[in-house]
Design a protein around this ligand. Structure first.
Ligand SMILES: NC(=O)c1ccc[n+]([C@@H]2O[C@H](COP(=O)([O-])OP(=O)(O)OC[C@H]3O[C@@H](n4cnc5c(N)ncnc54)[C@H](O)[C@@H]3O)[C@@H](O)[C@H]2O)c1
Length: 248
């Protein structure tokens, strides 16, 4: 893939799962990666493996965002890309709205949606200064229809897709592109033991299997790169065709 060489890209929640695979894929393409996460040990180790750097970060903290941006600029001199990937799944999967607690619902919104909002707010200044940039927000197929039993998570991901389009509209004049990727069921520590592994074992998707983090990473890396220079305000589902099925 062209168009990643020497780009300075922050990947939130990059210590493991989809974020870790994305950070590794972009580093392979020549990007300079800043991994941020709550998980210091794992994040530091992964950053060293891919030749990037690690910064401790809680995406719900505006102060932390400022520190991440300052450290990135100090170290690399500029900022070209952001992958808003950090996310959590709160509450037991399958919990109906009547049993979901307000605390659990709001926790999903805080990390998955407010965390993305704070990221957009924090990077727009430095990206304007750099003459442009590219942002990818990790949403989900749960933000495309009414998946039962994930009210907080699903609402947060609908919000991420909406916020992506708003930011794309606001930032376009500054040559800052903003897109979203909707992963389908993907094998990561977030859902290990909850998703069926192996070919043919996931019938809801036409490809009949769940995805690997590396397969999501390819789409994210494309959108960050200059290869996607005319793509903004879009969201791409990487879900084995799960959401392409007709209703019924
Ligand atoms: N795995 C899937 O099936 C799937 C499907 C659709 C969307 N997603 C989304 O993909 C993204 C990555 O998920 P994953 O499956 O790799 O999960 P994961 O749990 O393996 O990784 C998420 C990472 O985010 C970090 N994180 C959590 N809260 C944070 C915070 N407040 N500040 C900073 N870092 C924080 C975690 O420490 C972890 O390293 C999430 O946004 C998730 O909602 C995942």
């Amino acid at each position: 893939m062209t168009g990643l060489q020497d780009k300075v890209v922050i990947v939130t929640g990059g210590a493991r799962g989809i974020g870790a695979a994305t950070a590794a894929r972009m580093a392979k393409g020549g990007a300079k990666i800043v991994i941020t996460d709550l998980l210091d040990e794992l994040g530091t180790k992964h950053a060293a493996q891919i030749g990037g750097m690690f910064v401790h970060h809680d995406v719900t903290s505006e102060d932390d965002w400022q520190r991440v941006i300052d450290t990135t600029i100090e170290h690399y001199g500029r900022l070209d890309g952001l992958v808003n990937n950090a996310g959590i799944a709160t509450g037991a999967p399958g919990t109906p709205i009547e049993d979901e607690t307000l605390e659990s619902f709001e926790r999903s919104l805080k990390v998955n949606l407010s965390g993305v909002f704070l990221g957009l707010k924090a990077v727009v200044g430095p990206m304007k200064a750099a003459g442009g940039g590219s942002i990818v927000n990790i949403a989900s197929v749960t933000g495309l229809s009414g998946f039962p039993g994930v009210s907080g998570y699903g609402a947060s991901k609908w919000g991420v897709r909406g916020l992506t389009k708003i930011a794309a509209t606001e930032f376009g004049a500054h040559r800052i592109r903003v897109n979203a990727v909707n992963p389908g069921a993907t094998l990561t520590p977030m859902n290990e033991g909850q998703v069926p592994v192996g070919e043919g074992n996931f019938p809801p998707a036409p490809l009949a299997r769940i995805g690997a983090p590396e397969e999501i990473a390819e789409a994210v890396s494309f959108l960050i790169s200059d290869a996607a220079s005319y793509t903004t305000g879009a969201d791409i589902s990487v879900d084995g065709g799960w959401t392409a099925r007709p209703a019924g």
